[in-house]
Design a protein around this ligand. Sequence first.
Ligand code: 5AD
Ligand code: SF4
Length: 436
Amino acid sequence: MTAKKLFIKTYGCQMNVYDSERMAEAMGGEGYEVTDRPDDADMILLNTCHIREKAAEKVYSELGRYKGLKAARPDLKIGVAGCVAQAEGEEIMKRQPMVDLVVGPQSYHRLPELTARTHNGAKAIDTDFPEEDKFAHLKGRSKAKRAPAAFLTVQEGCDKFCAFCVVPYTRGAEVSRPADRVVAEARDLVERGVREITLLGQNVNAYHGHEGGLAGLIRALDKIDGLARIRYTTSHPNDMDEALIAAHGDCEKLMPYLHLPVQAGSDRVLKRMNRQHTAESYLRLIERLRAVRPDLHMSGDFIVGFPEETEEDFRDTLSLIEAVEYGSAFSFKYSERPGTPAAERPQVPEDEKDDRLQRLQALLTKQQRALQDAMVGREVQVLFEKPGRLPGQMVGKSEYLHAVHVESSDLAAGDLARIRIASSGPNSLKGVGLGA
Ligand code: 5AD
Ligand code: SF4
C-alpha cells in the first residue's frame, strides 16, 4: 500500500508545534506520511490559534485557498484542529462546508477514529474535554532521529482568567502530566538525539505533576545523561515559587533565559486585566531571580491598548521595560476576543494602539539590540542546530537563546561548543570556535 500524505500547517504557539508533531505521529499509525506540499496531500490539517482575531481569521483565508483542491479531489480530507476548532466548533463547517473534520486540542488522540468517520462526505467533530488523558492514549513516539532542540508539553490549560485571554476557554483548566511520564518521554527524546528540551505549558510554572512542582521536575530531568539544556515556557509571575527561583541559581542545565510575561506596567491596568500582581511585585521577583542568576536574560509579553488604557498607563509600561531591560519580548495590540470580560469594555482607538505599539517596540528593540551587542567579546556555549545559509556555516543558539553563526567545517548538528562572539548583526551573532 502506498502511504497517504498528510499536510499539517501550524499556527500560533510552541504548544501547537508540539501538538502537530503528535498528530502527525498518530496519523503515521494510520499509514499517513507527512508532506510539505498541500497539493499532493490526501489530508490537510490546520492546527490553529485563537489568541488574537488576526490569527483566528487567517484560518478562513487559508481554507479558502484549498477550495480548488477540494473541488478537484472530493476525497481530499480537510481538518481544523487546535484552538479555533475548540472555540468555534461546528461554526467552522457552517462557514466553510468543505471542512470534513474539527478536533479540539484536548481530543486529538481521537484523530484516527474521527478521520475514519469522514468517509463518503460525512463530517466529524470532537471538541470534548475528555476524562481520559490524551497523552496516555497517543501512540508511542516514533523512534526517528530528532533535531537537537525539542519541545515537550508538560502542562496545559490555565485557571488564571486574565480578562483578555481565551486560553482558559480553549485549553481548559490547568492539567499537569505526571513527572514519570514526562521523564520517560524526555529520555526517549535524548536517545533520539535531542540535547535541549523546552518544557511547555500555558502556565508551565504552575506545574504540579511532581511533588516538588516545576523545580522538582527540572531537577529530575537534570539527571538524564546526554540532556544538556532545559528551558521552560510560558510562566505567570505568581507561580514563580522559591524552589523554582533557587533552581535558576544552582541547576546547571537550566538555561539563563526566562520568559515571564507581565503584559502591562500600570497597576490600574494590571488590576483590570485580573493579573493578580503589581508592577512592583514583578520587578521584585526579577530582582530575586537576578540575585541567584545575575546573567539571566528576561523575556516578556506585552499588550498595548487594553480597554481604558491611558497614555499615562502606557508610560508606566515603558518605565517597567526600562527597569527590566529585556533580552527579548513579544508585543501585541489588544484584540477583542468574544466571550472574554475585556471585550465588553470601552476600547482604545486603533490609531492609538498602533502608535503605542510602535513606541513600545522601538524601546524593546533598542534593549534587545543592546543586550545582544554586549555579547561581543564574550564566550558563550552554543548548541548547533543546522547549517547556516552560507556554505560551511553552522547556526545554533547560545544559552541566552541568541542565534549564533559560526564558520567551521567540523561542527555538526547536536554539537555543543564554546564560542567567542566576534560581531553582532540585526538578528544574530557571529562567533568563532574556541576548540574543545
Ligand atoms: N489581545 C492581544 N494579545 C493577547 N494575548 C493574549 N490574549 C490577547 C488578546 N486578547 C497575548 C498575551 C499573552 C500572549 C500569548 O498573547 O501577551 O501572553
Ligand atoms: Fe491567558 Fe496566560 Fe493569563 Fe492564563 S495566565 S489567562 S494563558 S494570559
